[in-house]
Design a protein around this ligand. Structure first.
Ligand SMILES: NC(=O)c1ccc[n+]([C@@H]2O[C@H](COP(=O)([O-])OP(=O)(O)OC[C@H]3O[C@@H](n4cnc5c(N)ncnc54)[C@H](O)[C@@H]3O)[C@@H](O)[C@H]2O)c1
Length: 256
């Protein structure tokens, strides 16, 4: 059941062509938001926007590579051109974790991952916040970190650096823009059943049955919609006294 807690709000969700971003875009539309489905996968992204629209929601696809400043600026401009304003953003797009020990890490992949997962999140905040400031009245930004932003797995130096960075950047933006009523929080998911998780498992050779109990006190992977629910709450006015913090949506992994 979904309450219309984003009724009339305009929301950007990056990385919305699949996985958690897809579930977030769908849930936000169910909650009444006009959703910008932003992704660099144009084929799947356009399908997601069409699926939301066919189900009675409001959505528009925008192609973006979040590591490009020009494209992120264009994404925000297209949001305003399409729906007139911006209220909420979930900065979710990311590349899958690297898979090598520190002494072996792939420097090219480091550059690519940091440009998407870290700088891409910073660029999204930069241009989203500019729009929120120009409008006045505030807004809510949700950055997607990870358990790897708090409690790393081995062999993920680039991903761990990026996801720790997302937590820090979230706090910086919260400090800077609280006075303008722009709230900035993060969600740190545990192991969630998405294409990214399955790609990462395939590389490590672990099965879902082996891995899930190691990461979850509930003994199962999370579903994208369960993370989307945390983002929905942070995006909405229901969380109006939260800024600069993280929701650990990880089935107790970081509590262990
Ligand atoms: N799946 C997990 O277990 C897990 C756990 C913790 C955190 N996370 C985080 O949750 C978020 C979503 O992960 P997911 O599992 O749904 O991933 P996913 O790989 O299933 O989907 C990621 C989406 O991001 C898009 N994307 C990638 N790079 C992009 C770019 N440069 N510009 C625009 N779009 C881009 C992809 O096309 C895809 O649609 C990510 O930030 C990820 O790091 C995932």
């Amino acid at each position: 059941m979904t309450f219309p807690i984003l009724d009339g709000k305009v929301a950007i969700v990056t990385g919305a062509a699949m996985g958690m971003g897809y579930e977030t875009a769908k849930l936000f539309a169910e909650a009444g938001a006009k959703v910008i489905v932003a992704d660099f996968n144009a084929e799947l992204g356009a399908k997601v926007a069409a699926e939301i629209t066919e189900a009675g929601g409001t959505a528009h696809f925008t192609k973006v590579d979040v590591s490009s400043s020009e494209q992120v600026q264009a994404m925000v401009a297209e949001t305003v051109a399409t729906y007139g304003r911006l209220d909420v953003a979930v900065n979710n797009a990311a590349l899958k974790p690297d898979n090598a020990p520190v002494a072996e890490f792939d420097e090219d992949y480091w550059d690519r991952l940091l440009s998407v997962d870290l700088k891409g999140t910073a660029l999204c905040m930069k241009y989203e916040i500019r729009q929120l400031l120009a409008q006045g009245g505030g807004g809510s930004i949700v950055n997607i970190s990870s358990v790897s932003g708090f409690r790393p797995q081995p062999n993920n130096i680039a991903y761990v650096a990026a996801k720790h960075g997302v937590v820090g950047m979230t706090k910086v933006a919260a400090l800077e823009y609280g006075a303008q009523n722009i709230r900035v929080n993060s969600v740190a998911p545990g192991a969630i059943d998405t294409p990214m998780l399955h790609a990462a498992l395939a590389e490590t050779g672990q099965t879902a049955e082996e891995f899930a109990p190691q990461l979850s006190l509930l003994g199962r992977f999370g579903q994208g919609r369960e993370i989307a629910q945390a983002s929905l709450w942070l995006a909405s006015d229901a969380s109006s006294y939260l800024t600069g913090t993280t929701i650990h949506a990880d089935a107790g992994y970081t509590a262990r």
